[in-house]
Design a protein. Sequence first.
Length: 410
Amino acid sequence: MKKIIVILLIMGNTLNSWGQDSLEGYLQYAYEHHPSLKAAYTRFEIALQKVPQVKALPDPKVSFGFFISPVETRVGPQQAKFSLSQQFPWFGTLEAKGNAAALRAEAFYQDFIEEKNRVGNQVKMAYYPIYELKQHIKWQEENLEILKSYKLLATTAFSNGKGALADALRVDIMIENTKTDVQLLKDKLRPLEIVFNRKLNRDEALEVSIAETLAIANLEANYRKDSLTAQNPSLQAFDIRIKAAKAQEEVAKKNALPKFGVGLDYALVGSRTDANPTDNGKNIFMPMVSVSLPISKSKYNAAIKEQQLKQLMFQSKKEAVTNNLWANYETARYTLDKSITLNELYDQQIRKTHQVIDLLQTSYSNSGKDFEEILRMQQQLLKYQMAKASAIKDYYLALAKLDYLTAKSN
């Protein structure tokens, strides 16, 4: 268990080196302040306290008795009696109990690691939609400025007799629509930031800093696939709980064996006044040995069967979780690959659309025609820019899911 504490200290020192306004900084804050993490670690500490409890011997028993009517013996009347006894379980029982308790504590530690990974994943799931929304706001605001320049272009063309007044009015309509879109997006941002701050367990009014740009990189075909079942803390927790149930089964078997007790009785004896026999008034010492006989075998057999069934239950749960891990991995991998493909497509479409818009602007300046096509292509450009931001968001959400499934440390 000392090794576990050292790992936590190292993890804490690593977290403290992260920037507070980066995603890593937010993860650090969540790891240090999230209540479910505190609860999970406290549960682990509680389980640790069980180990010395179950390994301890039963408390010794001390009793005192006073004879209201003294019992007469050859050497005098018995006046009072003191008794001291200690019971001992079958050999190895305490060690087996300690092993079972230690394994249960270790399983709770794996639960803590799983909770840490889950909290980190939740933070990421709340972070990247904010990035997407801010990118949408950015592109809409840029689109708004471009539309204003188009209005100037249309007005100038109309003044020169090359364009129609309807072109300028059409741009006005689009400008007003875009202003409304920008405002609606900004209104949507605040709830997302509140959700994000709640995921960190901090004041919901605090500002959330998001990376301005995120790049997409291709990953190897079997990204961390070998870690999917090898490092997943939930699966490790099941393995440990199976071991704990086996250890508890051993405890149940030993409980079905006899228990031993040793003790000592000390009786106070008064002196006889009517005679003076040998050892007159001598106090009595009586060592004792006791054995408890586990007669009710059904109780102990049921306890053994209980632990055997627990082993089967944990094994079945492990298989179910393993199947879900593989399925979720493939789904997340598909989403990630799809996002990479779409991102590449949108990059090409954005570049080509820019070229088309440049050609259309040149043509319009010369002829005053096809202004509607310029506006249509500008809106198509905006669509590609916003779709690219969504593809990047989807990529990082899928990557976060893969890292969570494979227990990658953040």
